[in-house]
Design a protein around this ligand. Structure first.
Ligand SMILES: Cc1cc2nc3c(=O)[nH]c(=O)nc-3n(C[C@H](O)[C@H](O)[C@H](O)COP(=O)(O)OP(=O)(O)OC[C@H]3O[C@@H](n4cnc5c(N)ncnc54)[C@H](O)[C@@H]3O)c2cc1C
Length: 408
């Protein structure tokens, strides 16, 4: 068997997987349904796991220069009308683990990964929407909506939340809508936050709504409010200008637009906004069939409240590539063993992260003064303004996918 690998999806996971595979002597090619890298979405938090993987490729420092390393998270209770905690652990991560927690525009990161992958000789084919995958004796055939096909030795589905590869493998089952939406965007840093030294996240816990804003560049904040909404709002991550009436409509009536001490100013000065529903799936323990395997959101989509979607995808990449290197020469039997090890290593950890993200989301939109006061008091006394379980799990996850030297 040679080493050709089709990667479906050029979002966050696809280009990094391709670069690491090429680094280890495999022959990856990416197929993406969009016409190019999308200037869409808001921001991502990249935690040390991402930088450990990017560092293997010599890309960590270049990536860090594109965002804002987080020093502190300040939490405010709208119900108690006071600051309920300041967490400076993010600022100490570099000392502990060698790498920061970086807040970055999702499109800047995606563009950086795509451009670097191209510079490293990775072929990326846009306008290739995968519609089917046929497994054959000696390889995998990817079928695209323009009638073309691509044959390779194995195929990795990095095609995100509504993964077609997943549907082909395991049947079409939609992800679960969590009854929550986020509305958010970008704003210039308002005067009220001018004294911020270094990267900061400011979050407000309200009654039935949560607001968070974070510095992503020296001049810009990314922000999002989480609110319950019965009707699904499927994500296309499209940014709408606030000069457009539909942009104005998205922020109309948001509770946080009236909150003092920051949210009001941030929402009022937004340049672009977007709205998206939040989804996840129960994390299954089988992510492969034959020569086809899932990775990132295709395998385990999550709501965003742990800030782990993009980072867990990097851990998948590290272990999958490590195991594929060990599985050489690639045979049906060695591939099956590698994929099974990959799933059994990854599934239990991601399942915990997905479950805690869901719990964190519910906590953020609690309704009723008494419940909210109890929540905020607990966070003030036990978690420096955060759910203590969320802080504990994050600190554990930050130590993945390896400590010390990389094995890839
Ligand atoms: C445009 C966009 C903006 C986003 N913005 C945010 C954000 O602001 N905040 C946040 O927390 N998360 C955001 N996400 C989700 C976030 O990127 C992922 O949760 C996480 O980074 C895991 O990455 P992934 O590569 O597994 O999935 P994704 O980053 O979602 O990438 C999946 C890729 O697969 C492509 N694809 C899907 N189906 C097919 C198909 N049939 N054939 C070929 N290609 C296909 C998609 O177009 C996409 O480029 C965004 C996703 C997208 C696609």
């Amino acid at each position: 068997m040679s080493k050709s690998i089709s990667i479906i999806g050029c979002g966050i996971a696809g280009p990094v997987l391709a670069m690491l595979l090429k680094h280890k002597g495999f022959l990856p090619t990416i197929y993406e349904r969009q016409p190019g890298v999308q200037q869409a979405g808001i921001s991502l938090g990249l935690s040390p796991q991402t930088f450990k993987v990017l560092h293997i490729l010599g890309l960590a420092d270049a990536c860090i220069s594109l965002g804002s390393p987080l020093e502190e998270i300040v939490s405010y209770s709208q119900v108690r009308q006071e600051v309920i905690g300041k967490l400076d652990a993010p600022g100490r991560l570099r000392e502990w683990l060698g790498w920061p927690l970086l807040m970055i525009s999702r499109s800047a990161y995606s563009q950086f990964l795509y451009t670097t992958a191209r510079e490293r000789g990775i072929e990326v084919h846009f306008r290739k929407r995968l519609v089917d995958v046929l497994q054959e004796e000696e390889g995998v055939r990817a079928v695209f909506d323009d009638g073309t096909e691509a044959v390779s030795d194995l195929l990795v589905g990095c095609d995100g939340l509504h993964s077609t590869v997943r549907s082909v493998l395991f049947g079409a089952e939609e992800p679960a809508y969590l009854g929550l939406v986020q509305i958010g965007g970008f704003s210039p840093i308002p005067d009220i936050f001018r004294d911020w030294k270094g990267g900061k996240t400011y979050q407000v816990f309200g009654d039935g709504a949560h607001f968070l804003c974070t510095r992503v560049t020296d001049t810009q904040l990314a922000w999002a409010t989480t609110v319950p909404e019965a009707e699904e709002a499927k994500e296309d991550w499209r940014r709408v200008s606030m000069t457009d009436p539909s942009g104005q409509a998205l922020v109309q009536g948001l509770a946080c637009a009236d909150w003092e001490n920051g949210p009001r100013e941030v929402v009022a000065s937004a340049t672009f906004v977007t709205k998206y529903g939040l989804y996840d799936r129960p994390v299954g323990d089988t992510w492969h069939k034959g020569r086809v395997v899932l990775l990132g959101d295709a395998a385990h989509p999550t709501s965003p409240h742990m800030g782990q979607g993009a980072n867990q995808a990097m851990e998948d990449i590290y272990h999958l590539v490590r195991l594929l290197v060990l599985a050489q020469p690639l045979t049906s039997a060695s591939l099956s063993a590698a994929f099974t090890s990959y799933e059994s290593l990854r599934a239990p950890i991601v399942a915990r992260s997905v479950a805690q993200a869901k719990k964190e989301g519910q906590n953020r939109v609690l309704v009723g003064r008494e419940q909210c006061e109890k929540r905020d008091e607990n966070m003030m006394l036990r978690g420096k303004g955060q759910d203590p379980e969320t802080v504990r799990l994050r600190m554990e996850l930050f130590q993945g996918p390896f400590m010390g030297e990389s094995e890839v």
